[in-house]
Design a protein around this ligand. Structure first.
Ligand code: SAM
Length: 308
């Protein structure tokens, strides 16, 4: 997995910048600052008169980004928050409306590769998955306490895993005799429920891990709350760009943007979602599932931004 110098490669950077069009002196909010790759490029364009508000639910990634952005000329401010809380962030920053918002959803490569987060199964690690230490329930808690039906529904709804029922049944059967504490244990249980991964396909445990991660971190409900707040956070002619990595997220983003456009609030800049080119997917295979959507809200400068 390509992690680059900073532990994560920003995805579709040029396309993000062409949607957001950061200009000197503007104010931007990066909802998912991560390792600061997109943030750095945005800050470079906002210049010394600009302000960049950096949010992340993972304090460790936020601390990394703070160090990375320390020497940029832009005024960067950092907030440990869930992006569902962006109105509180703006309040804390003393701002009502800003010029642009970026959300690059999901997890960063370093989070996937660091065993402490318990997100992956290539290294056996505690089955945790919490990005935000404020969260009270880990993946191990869900696997221990949910009923077979609840587990099956969660796996199917979050990842469309077609063997969700079989996997849930196996988890419940195994946990009766041995508690499931680690990512390696869970991956082995999933593989024993659905059989070995056919050559060339993604590991049979991948979808269930994604589904659990989404549930632990309340990913879809947080995204929906952020989308509900977003129009009130932007100035006239404000821009928003959202990168999603699976169909559940992309559906919410597409629906929200269409509704804003129907309500006359914005113009969609990406009638079809943008995707990374072959050069990028070759260099950074994690970018393969990325879909980028962008909008510009109504206002005096809306005509300046090129549509595609
Ligand atoms: C794909 S990474 C972003 C990478 C970043 N754009 C960069 O260039 O380094 C996603 C980041 O969003 C954070 N995150 C995920 N869900 C979040 C949420 N609901 N609120 C705030 N941050 C979130 C993760 O902790 C992670 O650092």
């Amino acid at each position: 997995m390509h992690a680059g110098e900073h532990g994560h490669e920003p995805v579709m950077l040029d396309q993000v910048l062409s949607i957001l069009q950061p200009r000197p002196g503007e104010v931007a909010l990066d909802c998912t600052t991560g390792r600061g790759g997109h943030a750095q490029a945005i800050a470079d364009r906002l210049g010394p008169a600009g302000t960049l508000l950096c949010v992340d639910s993972d304090p460790e990634n936020l601390a990394y980004a703070r160090r990375r952005l320390e020497h940029t000329a832009t005024n960067c401010r950092f907030f440990h928050a869930n992006f569902a809380e962006i109105s509180d962030v703006l309040l804390a920053a003393g701002m009502e409306r800003i010029d642009m918002i970026l959300a690059d959803l999901g997890v960063s490569t370093n989070q996937l590769l660091t065993s402490r987060y318990g997100l992956g199964f290539s290294v056996d690690s505690p089955l945790d998955m919490r990005l935000d230490p404020r969260l009270t329930h880990s993946a191990a808690d869900l696997v221990r306490t949910l009923s077979e039906k609840q587990l099956g529904d969660l796996i199917f709804q979050n990842s469309q895993e077609r063997f969700s029922r079989r996997i849930a049944r196996k988890i419940v059967e195994v946990r009766k005799t041995s508690p499931i504490h680690t990512t390696g244990q869970l991956a082995a249980i999933i593989r024993s429920a659905v059989g070995p991964t056919p050559f060339g396909q993604i590991d049979s445990a991948t979808r269930t891990f994604q589904a659990l991660r989404m549930a632990v971190n309340n990913e879809l409900t947080s995204l929906q709350s952020m989308l509900n707040t977003l129009p009130n956070a932007l100035k006239p002619a404000g821009r928003a760009a959202v990168i999603s990595f699976h169909s559940g997220e992309d559906r919410l983003v597409k629906q929200a943007m269409r509704q804003w456009q129907t309500d006359g609030l914005c113009k969609i800049l990406t009638p079809k979602p943008l995707t990374p080119d072959e050069l990028e997917t070759g260099r950074n295979p994690r970018s393969r599932s990325a879909k980028l959507r962008g909008v510009i809200f109504s206002g005096p400068q809306a005509a300046d931004v090129p549509m595609n």
